[in-house]
Write a protein that binds this ligand. Structure first.
Ligand SMILES: C[S@@+](CC[C@H](N)C(=O)[O-])C[C@H]1O[C@@H](n2cnc3c(N)ncnc32)[C@H](O)[C@@H]1O
Length: 350
């Protein structure tokens, strides 16, 4: 197997940044402030403050008028956002977004809007004690069904989830689609491909490629209803189904981005078995995931792992854990490559 030495190290948040966050957070903690951080970020998006400040600096009065807010309340919120580093103030007492705050704007590069407004996950985290005691996701206990069963039955929540996946994808994977050598692939099956944003990037890289987007039937119906355009309309087939039951055969390249991390090892093995059975002889499996460092220290995967544990019951994995999982699923891990400017890596298996 070939690895690049930095395979599990991102160029993104470092230990120092995490310590500063913790110091600042502990500084603010008292019984009224302890829950504030996620909520002030959400309010910045929900009220439209980030979009109102997209291209200009505004006074507190102008912001209050634009976002229809109480003058005193919004001034106090703006002061909090300034203290947090979301906003900065100029000499004329007008607020503008910092570079961190700019990530809360619609369509921003590295945007995090959809994650910030995801109240489902905030709600489920209130019940995380249940996860630590039982080892199981708290999603069912909080919202009445497992993560994806809930998405199947609540179209609003599903749309928000898919929008969030698309947003996340836009800053995590484009470099992979651009730099991967697609010459030996003819058909790429994107397993759990969501609304097709990743596959679209891939197909744009090579005119000879065809794509198959596979996801839950409700997701695929939604993509069909929204209408395919560009490379997706020209060179992509849509297939709805359940990847635990089976996958369309024939593709020589299988792509799974941020799919295995949603599942326990036992469930992930069932998805790999479906892939193995459907992959054309001599084909390749490309798994895009974060890889947890073996040696401790800060890496976004450690945080994401906790998220998976509480929300879906899944997990992020170390390289050794991936190698074992692939071997048990009938694959051999042949290489791991970090994706530039992303905490994710590409694991290739054959
Ligand atoms: C975390 S999202 C990843 C989406 C996309 N690959 C990305 O990287 O942004 C996991 C995807 O798996 C899909 N999924 C979950 N359970 C599935 C199942 N049983 N069969 C097919 N797709 C499923 C979800 O609908 C979702 O689109």
């Amino acid at each position: 197997m070939t690895t690049r030495s930095s395979e599990v190290r991102s160029e993104l948040p470092q230990q120092d940044a995490a310590s500063v966050l913790l110091d600042n957070y502990l500084e603010l903690v008292d019984d009224s402030a302890v829950a504030i951080l996620p909520h002030v970020l959400r309010l910045t998006v929900e009220l439209g403050i980030a979009d109102a400040l997209a291209d200009e600096a505004l006074s507190a009065e102008e912001i209050a008028t634009t976002v229809l807010a109480d003058q005193d309340a919004i001034s106090r919120l703006l002061r909090g956002l300034e203290a947090l580093g979301v906003l900065e103030r100029d000499g004329a007492n007008r607020f503008r977004l910092t570079s961190a705050g700019a990530r809360l704007r619609s369509g921003a590069p590295g945007g995090v809007r959809q994650s910030v407004v995801n109240t489902d996950s905030q709600l489920v985290w209130l019940h995380a004690l249940e996860t630590i005691r039982s080892g199981r996701s708290a999603f069912r206990g909080t919202l009445g069904a497992d993560f994806f069963t809930h998405k199947d039955s609540d179209s609003q929540s599903d749309e928000a989830f898919l929008a969030r996946s698309r947003e996340r994808m836009l800053w995590l994977y484009p470099e992979f689609a651009r730099t991967h050598d697609w010459t030996s692939s003819t058909t790429v099956l994107d397993i759990g491909g969501g609304n097709g944003a990743h596959l679209e990037h891939v197909l744009r890289q090579a005119d000879h490629l065809r794509g198959v987007l596979f996801d839950r039937p409700g997701v695929v119906d939604g993509v069909r209803r929204a209408g395919l355009t560009g490379v997706l309309a020209d060179r992509c087939e849509l297939v709805g189904g359940d990847f635990f039951e089976g996958l369309p055969s024939g593709a020589d390249t299988h792509l799974m981005s941020s799919v295995l991390h949603d599942w326990t090892d036992e469930q992930a093995l069932r998805v790999l078995a479906s892939s193995r059975a459907a992959l054309a002889p001599g084909g390749t499996l490309l798994v895009v995931e974060m890889v947890v460092p073996q040696d401790g220290g800060w890496h976004p995967s450690i945080w994401s792992d906790l998220g998976m544990m509480v929300l879906t019951g899944g997990r992020e994995r170390t390289l050794a854990e991936f190698a074992d999982l692939f071997a048990a699923g009938g694959y051999t891990l042949t290489s791991v490559e970090p994706i530039a400017a992303s905490p994710c890596s590409v694991l290739t298996a054959r």
